[in-house]
Design a binder for this molecule. Structure first.
Ligand SMILES: NC(=O)c1ccc[n+]([C@@H]2O[C@H](COP(=O)([O-])OP(=O)(O)OC[C@H]3O[C@@H](n4cnc5c(N)ncnc54)[C@H](OP(=O)(O)O)[C@@H]3O)[C@@H](O)[C@H]2O)c1
Length: 338
């Protein structure tokens, strides 16, 4: 049984970075433990997440969500154990997932939390393959890209949290998959663990030459996590009727002058469709995605890898490492033992 503590350690935003963030943009702060009011739930965080979108929340630039304020706890999805509940939907001991932040204790509105099913093993799956990044892969591929059997599907950021799931769903849909990621270890994971038909190491291979070899019949679907030169290379191989999902543009997130990778004239030449999307647009269908992804994971159809950093105080290091490509699989921070 969990023990109540009097203080809460949180990682707060200390400065707004220009360019690449550093650990000094964050501070570890000790606060009084929060209490849950009516309709609220007090959660002891066990695992918290580091994700590319958090880079956007550190900035005041206009976006789809409000920035984290200086001195405020960094926003993050996390899995934790309910200590106290002011809502009949949850009770002490339940495992939940929600936007609980980089901190040891969090209070959340009950309606913002999802229960982590007891059968989900390990429960951290609720932070990736059967959680937000899995849902991103699911809706971005199936709804935005509408893959058909025999399509060639190219995925950038293919060995990351979203990318590892995209390639495997595309295989389940009968597509041929080409993954792009950085370094020989990730290339080996693409082929050996995630079952991509072909893998390109953009840091060591001649990207355009390899795309020509591996996509000799062109690209029908491009699931874009990266933008930049990688995407510019893929765009030269598009087929007529290609679908491009703009999921993320991580190569540009720390650039002081982001570079567009696309010439709109190509959309005319290839009669192609390019669409940006946010996973939150599909919130009403998360249960559908969770049920299918959980079944595919349980049946071994979707395999995954986690990259775990121990200790809340190391969340900034884990975040910066993820932006640098150090994560092999979903980047997570273990905050406490269950
Ligand atoms: N639209 C949505 O709702 C939504 C939801 C979730 C995530 N996303 C986006 O999806 C993308 C992947 O997110 P994730 O959570 O799965 O992260 P992730 O891929 O697990 O981790 C980030 C990876 O980005 C790659 N990277 C970093 N800098 C790069 C660069 N300059 N060029 C190419 N690759 C670079 C690194 O892999 P390498 O070692 O291979 O370079 C790094 O491991 C991000 O762009 C994110 O913003 C969008």
């Amino acid at each position: 049984m969990a023990v109540r503590v009097a203080t809460n350690r949180v990682v707060a935003l200390a400065a707004r970075p220009a360019g690449f963030p550093s650990e000094s943009d964050f501070e570890l702060v000790e606060q009084a433990a929060p209490e849950a009011g009516p309709g609220e739930v007090l959660v002891r965080v066990l695992w918290t997440s580091v994700d590319p979108y958090q880079r956007g929340r550190m900035s005041e630039a206009r976006s789809y969500a409000k920035p984290v304020q200086l001195g405020e706890v960094m926003t993050a999805q996390a899995v934790g154990e309910v200590l106290e509940s002011g809502d009949s939907r949850f009770g002490a001991g339940d495992l939940v997932v929600g936007q609980l932040g980089w901190q040891e204790l969090a209070v959340a509105r009950a309606g913002t939390l999802r229960r982590v099913p007891a059968a989900l093993d390990p429960p951290t799956l609720a932070l990736h393959a059967v959680g937000a990044t899995g849902f991103t892969a699911y809706f971005g591929l199936l709804d935005v890209c509408e893959p058909k059997p025999g399509d060639t599907v190219v995925v950038s950021g293919a060995a990351g949290a979203v990318g590892q799931v995209v390639g495997q769903i595309a295989k389940l849909m009968g597509c041929r998959t080409v993954g792009i990621a950085g370094g020989p270890d990730k290339r080996a994971d693409l082929l050996g663990l995630y079952g991509y038909d072909a893998a390109i190491d953009y840091k060591n291979d001649d990207l355009r030459a390899r795309l020509k070899e591996e996509c000799a019949d062109g690209v029908d679907v491009y699931f874009d996590n990266c933008g930049g030169d990688i995407s510019a290379g893929v765009h030269t191989r598009l087929n007529v009727g290609a679908r491009i999902a703009i999921c993320g543009q991580i190569s540009q997130y720390n650039a002081e002058r982001p570079q567009p990778s696309f010439h709109p004239g190509l959309l005319i030449v290839f009669r192609a469709r390019m669409q940006g999307f946010l996973v939150s647009d599909y919130a009403a269908r998360f249960d559908e995605a969770a049920a299918r992804l959980a079944r595919w994971v349980a049946e071994g159809e979707i395999r995954w890898r986690e990259h775990v950093t121990e200790g809340l105080e190391h969340a900034p290091r884990a975040f910066i490492g993820m932006l640098n490509g150090e994560n092999r699989g979903k980047a997570l921070v273990k905050v406490a033992d269950r």
